[in-house]
Ligand binder design. Structure first.
Ligand code: NAD
Length: 353
């Protein structure tokens, strides 16, 4: 890989690597931007086909965190870490302890949290080595699982879209098709059900979709059918790149608003959705509730404040919808523009200081 070329194409300045042979730790910390504050973002722990794939994943995710923090008005920069999961047997405690030491060596320039493949237990191990970790156990003053906050923010974003696009002030009778009912999808169904929405769900894990059926009266469809369900809102809450050449022509919802990161397979798919007259809630703007929660933890956790800020995702999404209409521009471009304006304002402020 042309490493510095890659860094430059993602507008990066700083990436740290750590190899610890004793524990098989191979970790990357990508710090995209720290104009708004110390970089905050989760730690992904999955297998990668190549080291290059891991680097690109870290760069792409860290950049997304910069935009997410900026548009949500958080005093944090964008960062993300990736640990390449060893193929064979490994000592998880030793590995995450070594990772914690690595984070501590960065002296607070990057603050970590959970992401795919890591959980509360891992954050607790990291905590033995550094204070620059969030998403820790509530019994230790942490904020715990961020998923309920992410789901709360997504529900608020859906409400904003429904108000803007369908002119309805609440979700009573609104039909939402949820793709993926894992951590966030489950809590989102709970929120939507309580608000009177009608649910259709799909998950590769049958037990999870059956739980949503049992608890929230959701209809269950096959995973290949959920994107084309006749409904008001399609909510992608599984993996990224679900909005692509194969799915967009078949969408029947008038709104796409869900928790998944990197929903657009490529930016041009945001243009395709816009051209079809479907309202798309930009992923990093609507799914920021979890980040709000861990950012609050970094300042001394207060669940009430985190909730209050998460509820404001409604305003952010509504503002994006209005500007998109006014400028006749796709929502994903409007969100990028708003985030970049906020970042530019800090640079300007610093230049004048
Ligand atoms: P999760 O792994 O708990 O849930 C994902 C669910 O999707 C699983 O139940 C999985 O079985 C299912 N799934 C996988 N492929 C599928 C497919 N093709 N069709 C239908 N279902 C499928 O993950 P999560 O924490 O709930 O996160 C979901 C998404 O939201 C991810 O993209 C994540 O990056 C994003 N996100 C999560 C948070 C958070 O707080 N957890 C915050 C921001 C963004």
């Amino acid at each position: 890989m042309d490493l510095f070329g890659k860094l430059s194409s993602y507008d990066f300045g700083e990436v740290h690597f750590k190899l610890d042979k004793a524990t098989q730790l191979k970790a990357i910390v990508a710090i995209h931007d720290s104009r708004l504050g110390p970089a905050l973002g989760g730690c992904r722990f999955i297998e990668y086909a190549t080291d290059d794939d891991a680097v690109v994943d870290a760069l792409r995710l860290a950049r997304g965190m910069t935009y997410k923090a900026a548009i949500t008005g958080l005093g944090h920069g964008g960062g993300k870490s990736v640990i390449i999961k060893p193929k064979g047997h490994f000592d998880r405690v030793g590995l995450f302890r070594a990772f914690g030491k690595f984070i501590d060596d960065l002296r607070g320039h990057y603050i970590t949290a959970e992401d795919s493949g890591t959980g509360l237990e891992d954050m607790e191990i990291i905590r033995t080595q550094t204070k620059h970790v969030t998403g820790i156990d509530p019994s230790h003053g942490g904020s715990g699982d961020p998923s309920p906050f992410t789901a709360l923010g997504v529900r608020r974003g859906i409400e904003a879209c429904v108000k803007f696009k369908l002119g309805k002030a609440d979700l009573k009778g609104i039909h939402v098709a949820v793709q993926g009912v894992g951590h966030v999808g489950y809590y989102l169904c709970k929120e939507l059900h309580a608000a009177g929405a009608k649910l259709t769900v799909a998950d590769v894990d049958k037990l999870k979709s059956e739980r949503a059926q049992r608890e929230f009266g959701a209809s269950v469809v096959a995973i290949n059918d959920v994107a084309s369900v006749e409904c008001d809102v399609f909510a992608p809450c599984a993996l990224g790149a679900g909005l692509n050449d194969g799915t967009i022509p078949h969408l029947k919802a008038s709104i796409v608003a869900g928790a998944a990161n990197n929903q657009l397979a490529e930016p041009r798919h945001g243009d395709d959705i816009h051209a079809r007259g479907i309202l798309y809630a930009p992923d990093y703007a609507i799914n920021a509730g979890g980040l709000v929660n861990v950012a609050q933890e970094a300042q001394g956790y207060d669940a009430g404040k985190a909730r209050e800020k998460t509820l404001k995702i409604y305003d952010t999404i509504y503002d994006i919808c209005e500007r998109s209409k006014r400028l006749a521009a796709p929502t994903y471009k409007v969100a990028d523009m708003l985030a970049e304006e906020k970042l530019a304002a800090v640079s300007k402020g610093k230049a004048h200081a």
